[in-house]
Ligand binder design. Structure first.
Ligand code: FAD
Length: 454
């Protein structure tokens, strides 16, 4: 029997990145995937959602085109074309990843992997049936021997008790992201990252969207100013946002929620309801128990090197429950992770680093995009950059604004490299660019902003 250096369970971003890196280092790798190569990210997450956000962005630009002197008096959303383009992008991405894995001579197995012992993985060959989420084991089985096993089994949507699983109008993100027809009235339970991305997509593509959030603000993990700004901008774009509302039921196209502050019951009509209250790691309890692998309902316990408590068994990505983000999983498949979070709303939101709980000795700087010439020219001045600076080092940064996901890498690098703000504030930033706002903010923190005042 062929012995592998590593058998990787799961072909999502963390699994396929780890597979490529081990192969590059000379290891023999097998990757087992029961569904599509690319995992949630390629097939139901990052790729299709960003493909649809691109359509939403174009729709918004066309709608706002009069501002730029271009009159498009009448336009329509062709949702079938939006869906077809999204599907094409997914297939292309999936094929590119498969090609990459084969290029690195990684053996691909289609089926469900079961760890039978450290160093032994059984593959029940077959494919996941999406209708009933059951496996069709039609291809027999094979036992793989390996020095290391890497658990990269990902995560799945968290579905609360009030949901009637037989109601086809109540969906998880996996279903909504593959939809071929636009829901007229979409209600989203959960105002987190995934909820707001779907609100962005469907509101700009013509659905009437309501977001129902239990907490007193959306994006509760971000700074309060960011939550307030995105609420203001989304409401201005027609999205109804109900915060401090607890969902009691969804039945016959009506969602009933209770206002936590007044006790009043609110009813929202919905042709479709998305449940986006979070994701949970896929946990294979039976084999973890049999092998003595420590885990919680949030995922497999790992140390800083991604090792489980059982020698030779590792876990990466969403399966560890540490962060439900593809780039964290990719990074875990390679080295340690730096914290960065992007929300692809319109405008985008980004957070890097960790906001200190204790603000003693921390300077907080907030610079609006009205201070940025490029944003002014392009009429994207809504938004701001906020920095938390300690001992002349940026420790955290959050921004809301047009295309901020493209400029925040500089701040992520500064945080990771512990760069002195004096040094970076002196570096030329091309003019006029959005990235100049970083230099402006650093200069402002040093009391020497030359391009604006507050
Ligand atoms: P997954 O991608 O979940 O892959 C795990 C794979 O393991 C699956 O394909 C599964 O079939 C397979 N598997 C599980 N058990 C077995 C088994 N026993 N045998 C064989 N195969 C098995 N992250 C970002 O960074 N940026 C974004 O813009 C972004 N957008 C998102 C949008 C949405 C709507 C969603 C839902 C998620 C988004 N994410 C985003 C998160 C991202 O998709 C996940 O963090 C990422 O997919 C996790 O990668 P992973 O490799 O850990 O697991």
């Amino acid at each position: 029997m062929k012995k592998y250096t590593a058998v990787i369970i799961g072909g999502g971003p963390s699994g396929h990145s780890a597979a490529v890196r081990i192969a590059q280092l000379g290891g023999r790798v097998a990757l087992v995937e029961r569904d599509y190569i690319g995992g949630i990210c390629t097939n139901w997450g990052c790729t299709p959602s960003k493909a649809m956000i691109e359509s939403a962005k174009i729709a918004r630009e066309v709608k706002d085109s009069y501002k730029y002197g271009v009159d498009v008096s009448d336009f329509q959303i062709n949702f079938a074309r939006v869906a077809a383009r999204r599907n094409e992008v997914v297939v292309q991405t999936r094929e590119a990843i498969t090609d990459l894995l084969l290029h690195h001579k990684i053996d691909l197995f289609q089926g469900e992997a079961q760890m039978v012992a450290p160093g032994k993985v059984r593959v029940l060959k077959g494919k996941l049936n999406h209708e009933g989420e059951t496996m069709d084991y039609s291809g027999g089985e094979e036992l793989l021997e390996t020095e290391h096993i890497i658990i990269a089994t990902g995560s799945k949507p968290l579905i609360p008790g009030f949901v009637d699983r037989n109601d086809p109008s109540i969906v998880s993100s996996n279903r909504l992201i593959t939809i071929e027809e636009r829901p007229e009235k979409l209600t989203i339970v959960g105002g987190g990252v995934i909820g707001l991305e779907f609100a962005t997509i469907f509101s700009n593509l013509g659905s009437q969207v309501t977001v129902v959030e239990f907490l007193d603000r959306v994006l509760a993990g971000m700074d309060e100013d960011i939550s307030a700004k995105i609420t203001e901008l989304m409401e201005a774009n027609g999205v109804r946002i109900l915060t401090s509302h607890k969902v009691l039921s969804v039945k016959d196209g009506v969602l009933t929620a209770e206002n936590q502050k007044t006790g009043e019951e609110v009813k929202v009509e919905c042709s479709m309801t998305l449940i986006a209250i979070g994701r949970l790691a896929v946990v294979h309890e039976e084999s973890y128990d049999a092998l003595g692998i420590e885990y919680t309902r949030h995922g497999v316990n790992v140390n800083d090197f991604q090792q489980t408590n059982v020698p030779g068994i590792w876990a990466i990505g969403d399966a560890t429950g540490k962060s439900i983000l593809a780039h964290v999983g990719i990074q875990q498949g390679i080295v340690a992770a730096e914290n960065i979070m992007v929300i692809y709303s319109l405008p985008e939101i980004v957070g890097v680093g960790t906001v200190p709980e204790n603000l003693d000795g921390v300077q907080v700087v907030k610079v609006p995009f009205t201070a940025n010439l490029r944003a002014g020219i392009e009429d994207f001045t809504d938004g701001f950059l906020k920095l938390w600076i300690k001992d002349d080092r940026v420790v955290a940064a959050q921004a809301i604004g047009h295309g901020v996901s493209e400029i925040m890498q500089e701040l992520a690098n500064m945080i990771a490299l512990k760069s002195d703000i004096h040094d970076v504030a002196e570096i030329i930033h091309a003019h006029p660019t959005y990235a100049e706002i970083i230099r402006s903010a650093l200069e402002y923190s040093l009391g020497k902003a030359v391009d604006f005042y507050i």
